[in-house]
Ligand binder design. Structure first.
Ligand SMILES: Cc1ncc(COP(=O)(O)OP(=O)(O)O)c(N)n1
Ligand SMILES: Cc1nc(C(=O)O)sc1CCOP(=O)(O)O
Ligand SMILES: [Mg+2]
Length: 206
């Protein structure tokens, strides 16, 4: 269901950035340097700011041919015409999201350290499954931890496997070798002194 988008590569996720100009400038650098997918995630902004920032990111993503996926809120994705949504355990059901966003939308599901959740997610309409956290994450220090073995165990699900959590250009190759199709990164890209250079370092892992 994600077929017209790249099925491998760097999946960048935005940080909690309140300054929209800075957000757009950093995302432009990252997309220009070869990121394959972008997720808009802002856990601290108001609903109005999230709508404003997500709307502003959409033409930028379109210019670079990169899908824009909205974290947590499939209704926002539908409202602005984004390419998909990412739902975790507290973010509602996949079924209504798929019914509203349509068959070609990218619909991601957090599966943490659980293959059973991944199987259920695919049955409910997920177009990719995400596992993590594989390493200690400064963004989410309390994230439960997953083993890379899970990525191999999920090989037969028929959807891309996304790895997340504390991923760096040094540890990404091990996850890719274990079966990750995309690696999802926040701080390793957006906290780097040069986000474009950091992006290229991840892209070179594939
Ligand atoms: C690609 C990807 N994987 C996992 C998550 C985490 O989702 P969730 O557990 O809902 O946590 P929050 O991101 O909402 O804090 C994700 N966003 N993206
Ligand atoms: C948002 C998120 N979800 C995780 C999970 O394990 O489900 S880990 C995580 C944080 C990812 O950020 P960073 O690349 O800075 O570690
Ligand atoms: Mg969530």
């Amino acid at each position: 269901m994600t077929s017209h988008w790249p099925q491998r590569g760097l999946y960048t996720i935005t940080p909690d950035q309140q300054d929209t100009e800075r957000l757009l400038a950093d995302v432009a650098l990252v997309l220009g340097a070869g990121a394959s997918w972008l997720q808009y995630r802002n856990k601290t902004a108001s609903a109005a700011t999230r709508q404003f920032q997500a709307t502003a990111l959409l033409p930028l993503c379109r210019r670079h041919g990169v899908p824009l996926i909205i974290n947590d809120d499939w209704r926002l994705a539908a409202a602005i015409g984004a390419d998909g949504a990412h739902l975790g355990e507290d973010d509602g059901q996949l079924g209504p999201a798929r019914a509203t966003l349509g068959g070609s939308a990218i619909l991601g599901a957090s599966c943490y350290d659980r293959l059973d959740l991944a199987r259920q997610a695919v049955a409910a309409g997920a177009s990719y499954v995400a596992f993590g956290a594989f390493f200690a994450s400064s963004t989410k220090p309390l994230a439960r931890r997953a083993s890379p073995v899970l990525l191999g165990d999920a090989a037969g699900l028929g959807v891309p496997r996304v790895a997340i959590g504390g991923i760096t250009p040094d540890n990404a190759p091990g996850l890719i070798a274990a079966g990750a199709d995309l690696v999802a990164v926040i701080s390793g890209v957006f906290d780097a002194p040069d986000p474009a250079e950091a992006t290229r370092a991840y892209v070179d892992c594939f």
